[in-house]
Design a protein around this ligand. Structure first.
Ligand code: ZN
Length: 275
């Protein structure tokens, strides 16, 4: 599967520059550096024949076929969840944002995926009751009432933490769960605030959620800035969990966070009631 970075095959010229094949290109006929072209995951294609500027011009977000077509040439999967994230891009360069997300941010998950592995459905399809409220059920593992969407989010976040850090003891697991829950609340309060920009409570709920997440991450020494050169190999979480295991972790932060956390849960419940 590991065929990445195989950029040049015998059938392609070893030129560092390329000519865009779009007849309406502003740079038509002129050589451009290959960094102006998107690389295909298919080594035989090499690069998309159109330069990045032209691709930006030909895509039309109201016609998804234009996006699929480009991703097909790039042999890169279309993932609906990531596309939705790319649509939030402020500069409006959706394809650039999408490719950055899938090639860098979510690299571990999708680096071996090809266009045939595309996922066109939204994983966060929300199940609602007659009143339009998200349906929530008791979940033993997460010890609370959650919708399927929320459980999916929490499990995925927890799984990602598990992949990145050593999560073994009960303490480790509790921390990872709380961080996942804090992330879920931050995500939902953000979406609610974005949809209700005039609502002051929505803004303060989001701010509280962010400060709780930050506080939780910091008390777990999760923040990047606290990582020293000597513990890079273990990772911050690893070091923190190591400290927790050795009981030299500062425990007085925990109840404080728990209170904060409960407050946010309450706010979160209220937000959902008003949805
Ligand atoms: Zn062009």
């Amino acid at each position: 599967m590991a065929t990445k970075n195989k950029t040049v095959t015998n059938s392609l010229p070893k030129e560092p520059k390329k000519i865009c094949q779009n007849k309406d290109c502003n740079a038509m006929g002129r050589y451009q550096p290959t960094s102006n072209f998107y690389k295909s995951r298919n080594a035989y294609i090499g690069y998309h024949p159109y330069c990045k500027d032209c691709i930006k011009k030909v895509i039309n977000i109201d016609n998804m076929e234009t996006i699929y077509e480009i991703l097909q040439t790039l042999d890169t999967p279309f993932i609906q969840d990531i596309w939705r994230e790319a649509l939030a891009s402020v500069d409006g360069d959706y394809i650039e944002t999408y490719l950055n997300l899938i090639n860098s941010t979510y690299k571990t998950r999708y680096e071996n995926a090809r266009f045939k592995d595309s996922i066109y459905e939204d994983s966060t399809h929300i199940e609602r009751d007659e009143d339009g409220k998200e349906i929530k059920e008791w979940n033993d593992e997460w010890q609370g009432y959650y919708s399927k969407r929320e459980i999916d989010y929490l499990n995925k976040y927890y799984q990602d933490l598990n992949n990145d850090f050593k999560i073994i003891t009960t303490n480790h697991k509790d921390y990872a769960r709380r961080i996942a829950q804090a992330s879920l609340i931050m995500n939902d309060t953000y979406n609610f605030m974005r949809d209700n920009p005039e609502d002051k409570d929505a803004v303060s709920a989001y701010n509280t959620a962010v400060s709780n997440f930050d506080r939780l991450s910091k008390s777990a020494q999760f923040a990047e800035s606290q990582r020293s050169a000597s513990d890079v190999s273990l990772g911050c979480f690893g070091r923190v969990f190591d400290a927790v295991e050795k009981h030299n972790f500062v425990p007085q932060h925990i109840p404080e966070d728990k209170d904060m956390f409960d407050k946010i849960i309450d706010q979160f419940m209220n937000i959902n009631k008003s949805l």
